[in-house]
Design a protein around this ligand. Structure first.
Ligand code: ACO
Length: 193
């Protein structure tokens, strides 16, 4: 498995990979944002913007170059309102007296390659990129138990969290019925200096 930066010529492959493999990210699944094989315009825009920061890492199996194959705006809002609210509640910039933070976003591994430590490797390589760019702080909005486990094993700690069954509308209805074992969103951080 080779870990390398994602260059512009691979953006299309990345988007196709996300269409096929990111649908089961716990919040996407709960909001029914996209189904396997189908993209979501806003999510793809968000992904491209992240790729354009030129700090994204991919893990490629050179021996198996399987061609990466790869709406509802209210649902997208439900997810991002949850993420923004948690981030606004705990302003990490003020909390850690920093001006910038390296955000681990859209961690995604092909279904066929899961459980082999690839996500752990992607986080480790991302930390190298963050250090190279002199970031003092890394953060992540970890939406499920597995991403939380992965980040914690890479030295991340919990700053704050939001239980999904407490994210409700004005009638007390759960906005995102996230499936077990994913019960909460965690804002995690790692200080690099
Ligand atoms: N069941 C049980 N444990 C699991 C599972 C699973 N399905 N998947 C991962 N884990 C555990 C592993 O056991 C391992 O723990 P351990 O070291 O204690 O044994 C740990 O999580 C790390 O596993 P990796 O092999 O590094 O993870 P993987 O390469 O399989 O990728 C990922 C995990 C990225 C969460 C993948 O399942 C995926 O793409 N899911 C859909 C998208 C998603 O939810 N992304 C995270 C969004 S949050 C964010 O981006 C910050």
């Amino acid at each position: 498995m080779e870990f390398k930066p994602i260059t512009e010529d691979r953006y299309e492959d990345v988007i196709r990979h996300l269409r096929d493999n990111f649908a089961d990210e716990p919040l996407n699944k709960a909001a029914k944002l996209c189904s396997r094989g189908t993209g979501h315009h806003d999510l793809e825009h968000h992904s491209i913007k992240t790729l354009e920061d030129n700090m994204s890492i991919m893990a490629v199996d050179e021996n198996n170059k399987r061609k990466l194959q790869i709406n509802d705006d209210e649902n997208f809002k439900k997810i991002f309102q949850l993420l923004y609210t948690l981030n606004l509640k705990e302003n990490i910039f003020e909390h850690f007296h920093v001006e910038k933070a390296f955000d681990i976003r859209i961690l995604s591994v092909d279904n066929l390659y899961r459980g082999q430590g690839i996500a752990k490797g992607l986080v480790k390589h991302s930390e190298e990129v963050a250090r190279e760019y002199d970031f003092e702080l890394m953060k992540a909005d970890a939406t499920g138990l597995f991403s939380q486990k992965i980040l914690k094993s890479n030295g991340f700690e919990v700053l704050s969290e939001q239980y999904y069954d407490k994210y409700v509308d004005e009638f007390g209805r759960i906005l995102l019925p996230v499936e077990s074992p994913h019960i909460k969103l965690q804002l995690l951080y790692k200080l690099l200096k």
